[in-house]
Design a protein around this ligand. Structure first.
Ligand code: FAD
Length: 462
């Protein structure tokens, strides 16, 4: 894309078009995962839907490769592509809550923290992920799970409608009544079908929640996981708790003697126990598997829970991750977790098992494109380091861990936890029996596969 082409696009857009000659090009092309260092031809910071249409039209007419950037959090950097025109939604950050109907309209480039903050003002929330800087766009289109999953389901289960700019530049609203097949596909099918400029969500009464963190010594990982695999699925849906293997961060609330030590643990969110007394009662069972090395429980405003990891893992770290769904945690899988906690390569590396049961099991298997309503956990292995020199080590650890654990999984992963380098077979495994239906929707709405920088669903053949 030469200078003149950038100029043409600049004239068409209200938002800025940033090219390699601009002083802020490097900042504009940087994304959450610092392992990704790509040089797009230009970045179109769209100011509104008309800008999105203009940028798409420009790419279509000039034959340029196109990428779409929401919050910039995808592990493999799907939103930032060498030589492409990036439709950057970062300026579409706005939220409008309607307390009467308990709904929120959210700009397509918003971050989770934008939604959490505004909805909290009305004592409301939508279930989403566990970091405030993640994009609402990519997270929702993949499915979205987090602290409220067992209570209120996946993010897509609260999605009521989406405004979508399609590959041909037309704009549609997808909902249960309008373009229902597209609406079905958007709920789990990723960024395959168009650019979502606005999401409408149902909100739920969530304000103060009970946060708890329990850590156990690594030698207890067997007892803890055998207890956790029974305890959580049987617990009321107002209790959520993701299991983690980790190295304790050298900061409050952890006591100094635990800093830098390998541990296993659970991060809990209780929407039913929200004061000190009921929290103390609710977490009596954490002593059942083994005495915890640390247990901390406190009521917090929901947005505080949602942003508690922001400082620990800021933008600019090296990341390599892989995932899989699990319907059980087998004894053999527990041995794998123990081994890979022992050889964890860096202090930030971690493995999480996010619950996707409870209210997330309420919708039928065919209701949305999310193809694993029978999964109980969505697992992710994250190799993380601030040091580029450790990129190989974190990748090797994550891949070795995944290779050992995968035979104990259901075969596919949460689409947002697949790496960009894992190949088409992994995308098929993610969508199982839904793949062919998604390919039909793709043929209807994006027959030329304009939106292909994602976990790609290829259009069904004529
Ligand atoms: P981007 O990289 O901007 O986009 C990802 C993909 O979505 C791209 O293909 C892009 O083209 C497409 N896309 C984004 N926005 C739009 C839009 N508006 N319209 C059309 N296409 C769009 N996931 C969870 O479910 N729960 C979690 O708790 C969770 N925690 C995470 C924590 C961290 C630190 C990170 C890095 C990721 C986490 N994720 C979690 C995964 C997250 O959901 C994905 O990385 C997701 O892709 C991020 O979306 P994004 O918009 O920020 O990313």
């Amino acid at each position: 894309m030469g200078g003149t082409a950038v100029e043409t696009l600049r004239e068409a857009l209200r938002g800025r078009v940033i090219g390699p000659e601009d002083a802020d090009y490097d900042e504009a092309r940087s994304i959450y995962n610092a392992m990704i260092d790509r040089r797009p031809a230009a970045i179109a910071r769209c100011a509104d839907t008309t800008d999105v249409r203009a940028a798409l039209g420009y790419a279509r007419e000039s034959g340029m490769d196109l990428a779409v950037r929401g919050g910039g959090h995808s592990g493999g950097g799907l939103c930032m592509i060498d030589g492409a025109l990036v439709v950057d939604l970062s300026d579409l950050r706005w939220v409008r809550v309607d307390p009467a109907s308990r709904t929120a309209q959210v700009g397509g480039g918003s971050q989770l923290g934008d939604l959490d903050h505004e909805a909290y003002g009305f004592g409301l929330a939508t279930p989403a992920g566990i970091m405030s800087t993640t994009g609402v766009g990519g997270l929702t289109l993949g499915g979205g799970h987090g602290h409220l999953t067992r209570a209120y389901g996946l993010t897509i289960d609260s999605l009521l409608a989406a405004d979508v700019v399609l590959a041909d530049g037309s704009v549609v609203t997808a909902s249960a009544d309008e373009h229902p097949e597209l609406f079905w596909a958007l709920r789990g099918g990723g960024g395959n079908f168009g650019v979502v400029t606005s999401f409408t969500f149902a909100l739920h009464p969530v304000s103060t929640v009970g946060l708890a963190v329990t850590l156990w010594e690594p030698e207890h990982i067997g007892e803890v996981l055998r207890w956790y695999r029974e305890f959580l699925p049987a617990a009321d849906h107002d209790l959520n708790g993701f299991f983690a293997t980790l190295v304790v961060a050298p900061e409050a609330p952890f006591p100094e003697e635990l800093h830098h030590r390998k541990m296993c643990g659970v991060v809990w969110c209780h929407t039913g126990a929200t004061d000190e007394e009921s929290l103390a009662k609710a977490f009596v069972p954490v002593a059942d598997p083994a005495p915890p090395a640390f247990h901390f429980a406190t009521p917090v405003p929901y947005p505080a829970l949602q942003s508690m990891f922001d400082g620990l893992i800021p933008k600019g770290l090296q990341w390599y991750w892989r995932g899989d769904f699990f319907d059980r945690i087998t004894d053999d899988a527990i041995d794998v977790h123990g081994t890979f906690l022992d050889n964890i390569p860096t202090e930030l590396s971690t493995m999480h098992l996010y619950p996707v049961d409870g209210a997330a099991h309420a919708p039928g298997p065919m209701d949305t494109a999310w193809a694993y309503r029978d999964a109980v956990w969505s697992g992710v292995i994250g190799g993380i380091s601030p040091e580029p020199s450790e990129a190989g080590a974190i990748r090797d650890w994550a891949v070795g861990y995944w290779d050992a654990l995968h035979p104990h999984s259901m075969g596919g992963a949460y689409v947002n936890f697949i790496g960009a380098d894992e190949g088409a077979e992994r995308v098929r495994a993610t969508y199982r029996g839904h793949y062919d239906r998604l390919a039909e929707v793709k043929r209807t709405y994006d027959p030329d596969n304009v939106f292909h920088h994602n976990q790609n669903i290829t259009p069904a053949n004529g």
